[in-house]
Design a binder for this molecule. Sequence first.
Ligand SMILES: NC(=O)c1ccc[n+]([C@@H]2O[C@H](COP(=O)([O-])OP(=O)(O)OC[C@H]3O[C@@H](n4cnc5c(N)ncnc54)[C@H](O)[C@@H]3O)[C@@H](O)[C@H]2O)c1
Length: 394
Amino acid sequence: MAKEPMRVLVTGAAGQIGYALVPMIARGIMLGADQPVILHMLDIPPAAEALNGVRMELVDAAFPLLKGVVATTDVVEACTGVNVAVMVGGFPRKEGMERKDVMSKNVSIYKAQASALEAHAAPNCKVLVVANPANTNALILKEFAPSIPEKNVTCLTRLDHNRALGQISERLNVQVSDVKNAVIWGNHSSTQYPDVNHATVKTSSGEKPVRELVADDAWLNGEFITTVQQRGAAIIKARKFSSALSAASSACDHIRDWVLGTPEGTFVSMGVYSDGSYGVPAGLIYSFPVTCSGGEWKIVQGMMLLIFQFLVPCLFVHHLWLICHGQLDGVVSSASFLLIPPFTHMRELGQWASGISFYCILQYNVPTYSAKIPEFKFSKLCDVLSCHCRPPDR
Ligand SMILES: NC(=O)c1ccc[n+]([C@@H]2O[C@H](COP(=O)([O-])OP(=O)(O)OC[C@H]3O[C@@H](n4cnc5c(N)ncnc54)[C@H](O)[C@@H]3O)[C@@H](O)[C@H]2O)c1
C-alpha cells in the first residue's frame, strides 16, 4: 500500500539552499524513494515572486513523489501539519562576516517560527536548523517552543562531517563512500573539532584506521582540521555565496539518517541537545557522534583518546544570555579549541594550563594518559586544571 505523504517545511525556500534542497526532497533523497511528500515552502514577502518561481519549477519538473506544494509567506500556513521542518531561512553570511555577526538578525525570525511550529506542526515534528549560527538558532527555537521535545530540535553539522570525509577521500584517493565515522565535535563554526581518530576506510583487506592509512599526523592535526573548519569561508570566497549544493545535500543526509536510521557500525555527526555526555554542559546544542534508529538519535558513548579544552560551551551560554538581554554587539570574542599536548609529567600540564581561561574536560583520553604518566588520575587532572586556569573572562 502506498505510504501517506509526509509534509516537509523548508523556510527560506526561495534562497540558494532552498533552491537546491526542494528538488532533492521531491526526488526522495531525503525521506526515501517510496515516500510521497508535500512541500511547504516559506519565505518573506520581498521574496514571494521568487518563491512562486520555485513553485512553478516544481510543478514543471513533474516529480512523481511530490503530492502537493504550499508556497507561502504566512508562517502559520507554512508550519501547519508539518512532520519535518528544515529551517534554512535567515540572513546569510557574506564574505568577511563571522557567523556571530548574523546572529542578532536571526533571533526575531526564530522566535516567531518557533511559536508557529509549536502551535501548528504535527506531533513529533523533527526540526533541523540550518541557518547560521545553527547551534544557537536551534537553542533559540527550542527556548521559544518549550513543548517541542528536546530530542526533536537539532542543527546541521553533517556538512562539516561530510567535508571531513571528502578531505580524507581526496588525500587517500579512495571513494568517499568507503570512508566513515569521522566526528564533528562542538559548534558549527570555525571552533568545531573535526576528529578522525575513529574514522576508517574500507579496503580490500578490511577496514583500516584513517590515521594509519594517512600516516601523516602533522597533516591530520593541522591542515586537515583547518581545511574542514574554514571550508565554508573558502566556498564563500570562491562563489561569493555560501555553500548551497553541499548544504542541501547534507541536510538530506541528516534527516534521512535520523528518520530511517544509520547503517550498522556507522555513526554520523548531528548538533543535538547535550545530556551532559563527554562533560559538555547539559542543555547546549552541540555536535556529537550519534547513531539513529527508529527515528531517534543516540549519542555514541565511551569514545576514547584526547582531552579537550575549549571555550565553546562558555560562548553558547553567553550568546544566549546576550540575546535574551539584547546585548549582543561587540561582546562575543573569539573562541578556541585546543588539544592538550602529550605531557609526560603532571607538572608540565600545570604549566600549560596556566595560560587557559576556561576549560571543559572530556573524559576521553584517560586510558592513554594513565598508560604514559604513572601518577595520572582523572581527579588529579581536574585538580591541576582548576588550580592553574584563570577564571573565564566574563
Ligand atoms: N549549517 C550549515 O552547514 C550551513 C551551510 C551553509 C549555509 N548555512 C546558512 O543557511 C542559511 C541560508 O543560506 P542561503 O545561502 O540559502 O541564503 P539565501 O540568502 O540565499 O536564502 C535565505 C532565504 O531566507 C529567506 N528569509 C529571510 N528571512 C526569512 C524569514 N523570516 N522567514 C523565511 N524566510 C526568510 C530569504 O528571503 C532568502 O530567500 C544562512 O544562514 C547560511 O549561513 C548553513
